[in-house]
Design a protein around this ligand. Structure first.
Ligand code: HEC
Ligand code: HEC
Ligand code: HEC
Ligand code: HEC
Ligand code: HEC
Length: 238
């Protein structure tokens, strides 16, 4: 009965969290508001993330370019490096060179642009998915577009062991929604999660029914006790 109450309280939170992810795939981006507002075309930088620290040298840029005038984009780094890249299926990738220190990545096409500050240093905080450069590994033939419709787990299970094999499967996995927790291109957190430690979990689990447990668990990684994917024990315990 506890669990029922818990479920009812959770649903709106899940909905809101899902909506937030969709509307703000890269929170903190200075361009977030501009790129979601008409008129198109819209450019969005998917990798590296805002505020990322990457090793100096070659840096992979992944982006979305949708709408009229985005058949190609121009990429500047600190206004000096200049590169033109063709977009296919509403997406693009390019390798740019970043010098040590602060780098301003500026990507533009006909009337649309996106900007991102990336730091190149040895104190790396941002990691790419190990296969990030192989777009086709996850997207297949990309001429048709990069949108991954339906369950995301079908994509992931091409290479990864199943994560839903245990008796109790965590809510989001039921819908195959791996990317609600993992950024498939890269992230600043271990295991490529979209938020750090407890922050990832309380996005959906800060409902009144759990207030005490959440409070007691502040500062402790939830995954030190819980499995994020599936478990044979009650309450997804490890
Ligand atoms: C490890 C798997 C993986 C790899 C490798 C990968 N992607 Fe993705 N990508 C995804 C998934 C999954 C989504 C959908 C994310 C979502 O909707 O939550 C996505 C979304 C996108 C989108 C946004 C599509 C849209 O309009 O909604 C673009 C553009 C994109 N990827 C481009 C690329 C490019 C370019 C590369 C290669 C440099 C690449 N991706 C490599 C998994 C991957
Ligand atoms: C083309 C093969 C391939 C696909 C498809 C793929 N991955 Fe991976 N992934 C790898 C490899 C290889 C590694 C590195 C070895 C490992 O950790 O298993 C990896 C590592 C990871 C890691 C661990 C990274 C770390 O730092 O610990 C996560 C998380 C991950 N992938 C998530 C996903 C998700 C989510 C999807 C689906 C959107 C996906 N992968 C699709 C090949 C793939
Ligand atoms: C509720 C959030 C959440 C969802 C949904 C989720 N993961 Fe994870 N995943 C995590 C966390 C947190 C970790 C790190 C676990 C740890 O540190 O013990 C992780 C670790 C991983 C890893 C690296 C370690 C390992 O177990 O191999 C892979 C690969 C991975 N997840 C793939 C996936 C795939 C594929 C899906 C979809 C079927 C998925 N995840 C769905 C939160 C999630
Ligand atoms: C010290 C181990 C431990 C830590 C850390 C922990 N949990 Fe739990 N959690 C449990 C146990 C044990 C239960 C089973 C019910 C109970 O005893 O309260 C549980 C139950 C739950 C439940 C289901 C019942 C409820 O209260 O809604 C959720 C959801 C939950 N935990 C989420 C989290 C989140 C999110 C975090 C991190 C902020 C976290 N837990 C940290 C041990 C832990
Ligand atoms: C995208 C939203 C979302 C995120 C993020 C999320 N959860 Fe959940 N969680 C759910 C849903 C949905 C359920 C299923 C609720 C139900 O059926 O009662 C659930 C259930 C649980 C349960 C209870 C399982 C049971 O037996 O009742 C625990 C424990 C839990 N989650 C822990 C975590 C932890 C730990 C994290 C972070 C790694 C996390 N969750 C992140 C949505 C989420």
């Amino acid at each position: 009965m506890e669990v029922r109450r818990f479920t009812r309280g959770l649903l709106p939170a899940v909905f809101l969290a899902g909506a937030a992810f969709l509307l703000h795939p890269s929170p903190g981006s200075a361009q977030a508001d501009k790129t979601t507002r008409p008129p198109a075309p819209a450019i969005e930088i998917l990798a590296p993330a805002a505020g990322a620290v990457v090793p100096p040298g070659k840096v992979l840029v992944i982006g979305r370019a949708k709408g009229a005038g985005t058949s190609g984009v121009e990429i500047d780094v600190n206004g000096t490096v200049h590169q033109k890249t063709v977009t296919t299926g509403g997406g693009f990738m390019a390798s740019v060179y970043m010098l040590r220190g602060k780098n301003v990545l500026h990507i533009h096409a006909d009337g649309a642009s996106a900007e991102r500050v990336v730091v190149a240093s040895d104190n790396v905080t941002y990691r790419y998915h190990p296969q990030a450069e192989q777009c086709g590994g996850c997207h297949g033939e990309t001429a048709g577009g990069y949108v991954v419709s339906g369950r995301k787990d079908n994509v992931c299970y091409q290479c990864h062991d199943r994560k839903d094999g245990k008796k109790l499967v965590h809510g989001p996995l039921g819908g195959g929604d791996c990317t609600i927790c993992h950024d498939p291109h890269g992230a600043m957190n271990p295991a490529l999660t979209v938020a750090k430690a407890e922050g990832l979990c309380v996005k959906c689990h800060d409902q009144p029914g759990s207030q005490k447990h959440m409070k007691d668990s502040r500062g402790v990684a939830c995954v030190s006790c819980h499995e994020p994917h599936s478990s044979d024990k009650t309450f997804l315990q490890k």
